[in-house]
Design a protein around this ligand. Structure first.
Ligand SMILES: Nc1nc2c(c(=O)[nH]1)N[C@H]1C(S)=C(S)[C@@H](COP(=O)(O)OP(=O)(O)OC[C@H]3O[C@@H](n4cnc5c(=O)[nH]c(N)nc54)[C@H](O)[C@@H]3O)O[C@H]1N2
Ligand SMILES: Nc1nc2c(c(=O)[nH]1)N[C@H]1C(S)=C(S)[C@@H](COP(=O)(O)OP(=O)(O)OC[C@H]3O[C@@H](n4cnc5c(=O)[nH]c(N)nc54)[C@H](O)[C@@H]3O)O[C@H]1N2
Ligand SMILES: [Mo]
Length: 761
């Protein structure tokens, strides 16, 4: 019998039929599987599911725009699919007639599920294009500051991600691996669109085994585990640019910067150098200057700078550093520092932008562009930078800048979401609550009664990935997969495609949306297209019948692994293989950014203190790190037994330095209230020597659970505390990591109830 499997962002699982029914088991291809997905079929997850189409009561009874203040507090009325499709279709029609398609926000950000046909964003965008278009979003919450600045400085982020030096290369050639924000194994459990071979643990072990020295500059110690000792430099969050500038200053002062590399491969060193030395502004960016900013002593910075010379050095930076005010700067500065060392494009050297952020960085496989559902053409040109959703809803017509241009926010009447959870991902959720009252209508396709689904007017129940067949691939891991159905969807849940087909029928555009193809026919056609595309790249796939029979296709690495060295072609021939930057070289100074005349992003990497950080805080304030959760992906599967096992008294753990905890009289498991002017939440304290002083770690992912009477969030969701301000006027990216809070021991609290579905009539 051929094996059957399901693919997810967190792993590949075999579907096993046993005496007690179907269960999931990690696939044998995976050398380092994780338990995140093992409980997808659990009753705890099942209890959170949306089972039938549901309409918010006031909206159903009084029409669009009725009592938006009751979103999230009101009962729903369950209706038939026909009724739900009719209501959704009629409302979409009303909005586009009355206000035009630019009144529909269909950006619909979110990770949804793995699998290429049932990809919720592709589905919702294709559907909305079929009916005349929608307001889209740019970039991601993951990466906005980096995605906007790096193409100016060196290369597009997506290209860099797929071209990191391989783990084999690092083990063989690197001497010193310096990382800002670690290489978190918890994050490498994940890869967007699917993961089959988890390699980061082995990659780190390989480096340690080869004697590569690893130094982790980070507010948290536990995000760098190699199996050997790792030096930890606890840094004040948000201060890395100052720290990197000081390393650069000391390296230059020693004369250890590579002038030949800077001349041949870079532009703008001569404009940056006076800033570094202080010839421009009178302030040398030396170790004595940086030490009080970053909390790392000047002799330690100097010793590290000395250590970095005469060695093969890889400098890595975690994505979290750009999810902050001025998040562009540390990324640009890492590239600049690596350029000064002159090892970009050499084995074992240069820079990494996120080893460990997902599994794919360091993979020996080549990226192959796969097939995706055609989305059609969007005639609406209005868009927002993804994290500006609340600004858009609250201030229609207001101007904003993005990558050097000025635009204005559209006036949105209808929000359509499929495959994301803004009440997970957005900052300052109490502000989002106010913004969320603005539209006439909110339509959400969801698997579960998430906080977003509860705050919608029309909720349409969707199947999970293991409840449908699909085409999946993780080409950076060498896997293409036919994914199987492990279970039937519960209640009336069905695929996004089936739902959009219903609404398209009501709106008279069914054929345009479906092209008369069934789901199975679409999947086969995507495969056929991909097979043709890859044949041109010299990769042969079997025909569709053989593919389905095999289930999994195991692609060989494209190149011998040791040959993948980022930017080696550019290094070998900078004229023949120039970069995509305006000069074709690494831009330490960018004329393009300089010419934008922005108040918070200048022509070269610059230290600017964040608006909120521990460098300017009262002694009782803590810097909040709301990092990615170890036991789930964002909010997905928060109700699973694996995720629940990580909570303490049903709430998210809040880690703080053990001495800070002692000072506040907090012991393991104590109930704490974390608060600032934006919001308050409860959590369970965990004293932890691996957290830097005055830092609080409250990972994301706990389902938003405000007490209906007081608004106090009861479950430990950090986004009631984070600020909804952009990283800069350049990128407008999410700046969740620039956030100060206070902690107090709490005595009384209402019990958390994050997973209880709303009242259904
Ligand atoms: N404070 C703070 N906030 C952050 C971050 C941080 O570091 N700190 N990180 C940010 C980052 S990097 C990200 S990427 C975002 C993540 O934010 P999201 O991607 O919005 O989070 P998810 O929980 O993955 O939400 C996906 C939703 O889609 C639903 N879903 C899954 N499959 C399907 C499907 O096939 N169809 C439909 N219709 N729905 C489906 C799931 O049930 C889930 O509710 O969070 C951001 N928020
Ligand atoms: N298990 C799991 N894995 C995931 C995800 C998930 O939800 N769950 N989400 C995935 C997604 S969407 C993304 S975008 C990636 C995100 O990848 P990242 O953004 O890199 O992940 P984080 O866990 O937020 O942060 C990584 C580390 O950065 C450090 N850090 C934070 N602020 C600073 C700072 O100012 N200076 C320094 N030096 N270090 C700092 C923290 O110590 C933290 O451990 O993770 C992916 N992987
Ligand atoms: Mo992300």
């Amino acid at each position: 019998m051929t094996s059957r499997q399901t693919l997810s962002h967190w792993g590949t699982y075999d579907i096993v039929e046993g005496p007690k029914g179907v269960r999931l088991k990690s696939n044998a291809l995976d050398p380092d599987p994780n338990p995140i997905g093992l409980h997808q079929l659990s009753p705890e997850v099942a209890r959170t599911r949306v089972l039938r189409p549901a309409i918010r009561k006031s909206w159903l009874e009084q029409g669009p725009g009725a009592r938006p203040d009751l979103r999230g507090r009101e009962a729903f009325v369950e209706v038939s699919w026909d009724k739900a499709a009719e209501l959704a279709g009629a409302e979409l029609d009303r909005i586009r007639q009355a206000y035009g398609n630019k009144a529909i926000f269909g950006g619909s950000y979110g990770w949804a599920s793995a699998g290429r046909f049932h990809h919720a964003q592709s589905q919702v965008h294709r559907f909305l294009n079929t009916i005349g278009g929608y307001v889209a979003h740019r970039d991601s919450y993951s990466l906005a500051a980096a995605r906007v600045v790096l193409p100016h400085a060196v290369a597009p982020m997506a290209w860099l991600m797929n071209n990191h030096n391989t783990w084999d290369d690092l083990a063989a050639h690197c001497d010193l691996f310096l990382t800002l924000g670690g290489v978190p194994l918890k994050n490498a459990q994940i890869s967007q669109a699917g993961v089959a071979r988890h390699r980061v643990r082995e990659g780190l072990r390989q480096m340690a085994g080869a004697g590569v020295e690893c130094i982790n500059v980070s507010p948290l110690r536990d995000n760098m585990e190699t199996g050997a000792p790792v030096e930890w430099l606890p840094i004040r969050p948000g201060s890395d640019t100052a720290f990197l500038l000081a390393l650069a200053h000391e390296i230059r002062a020693m004369g250890a910067h590579d002038r030949a590399f800077l001349d041949r491969y870079c532009t703008g060193w001569e404009k940056f150098e006076p800033y570094l030395t202080g010839a421009g502004d009178g302030q040398p960016k030396d170790a004595d200057w940086a030490a009080p900013l970053c909390g790392i002593e000047a002799p330690t910075i100097r010793a590290l700078a000395r250590k970095m010379t005469g060695k093969r050095v890889m400098i890595n930076i975690a994505w979290a550093l750009q999810r902050a005010e001025h998040g562009e700067q540390p990324f640009w500065m890492v590239v600049t520092l690596a350029a000064m060392l002159g090892q970009i494009g050499l084995p074992g050297g240069g820079f990494g932008v996120g080893y460990g952020a997902e599994n794919l960085m360091g993979s020996p496989h080549a990226e192959l562009r796969g097939a995706s559902l055609p989305q059609g053409i969007n005639p609406v040109k209005e868009f927002i930078p993804v994290a500006r959703i609340a600004d858009m809803l609250l201030t229609p017509g207001a101007p904003f800048t993005y990558d050097g241009e000025t635009y204005s926010y559209p006036d949105i009447r209808l929000v359509y979401w499929a495959g994301g959870n803004p009440y997970h991902h957005h900052q300052d959720l109490n502000r989002l609550e106010r913004a969320w009252q603005k539209p006439d209508t909110i339509i959400v396709h969801e698997q579960a009664w998430t906080a977003t689904a509860r705050r919608a007017d029309i909720v349409l129940p969707v199947s999970m990935a293991h409840e449908r067949e699909d085409l999946g691939y993780a080409t950076m891991e060498g896997v293409v997969m036919h994914t199987h159905k492990a279970a039937e969807p519960p209640g009336l849940a069905e695929s996004d495609y089936a739902i959009f087909t219903r609404i398209a029928r009501v709106m008279g555009v069914e054929e345009k949306f479906t092209e008369n193809r069934s789901e199975a026919e679409w999947i086969e056609s995507l495969y056929a297209r991909m097979r043709k595309m890859w044949a041109r790249e010299g990769v042969d796939l079997p025909d569709y019948a053989a593919f389905r029979e095999a289930g999994v296709i195991d692609l060989q690495p494209h190149d011998p692994p040791e040959q993948r060295v980022m930017l080696s072609a550019f290094r070998a021939d900078p004229e023949g293989a120039p970069l995509e930057t305006p000069s074709g070289r690494i831009e330490i100074f960018s004329e393009a950014i300089h010419a934008m005349g922005l108040p918070d992003c200048f022509g070269h990497p610059t230290w600017m203190p964040p608006g909120e950080w521990a460098g300017e805080a009262a002694p009782d304030q803590f810097h909040l790190i709301s990092d990615q959760p170890a036991r789930k992906l964002h909010s997905q599967l928060d109700a699973s037994p694996h995720s629940l096992a990580g909570k303490i008294h049903g709430r998210e753990p809040a880690h703080l330095n053990d001495r800070d905890a002692a000072r506040l009289g907090l012991a393991y498991g104590d109930l704490v209230e974390i608060h600032n002017a934006r919001g308050r939440c409860l959590a369970s304290a965990v004293p932890d020597a691996g957290v830097a002083p005055n830092v609080l770690r409250l990972s994301t992912g706990a389902w938003f659970d405000p007490c209906p009477e007081t608004g106090l969030e009861r479950h430990g969701n950090p986004n009631v505390l984070t600020q909804d301000r952009p990283a800069s006027q350049l990128s407008q990216g999410c700046a969740a990591h620039s956030c100060l809070v206070r902690i107090v021991k709490a005595t009384q609290a209402s019990a958390p109830a994050p997973f209880t579905p709303p009242e259904l009539a």
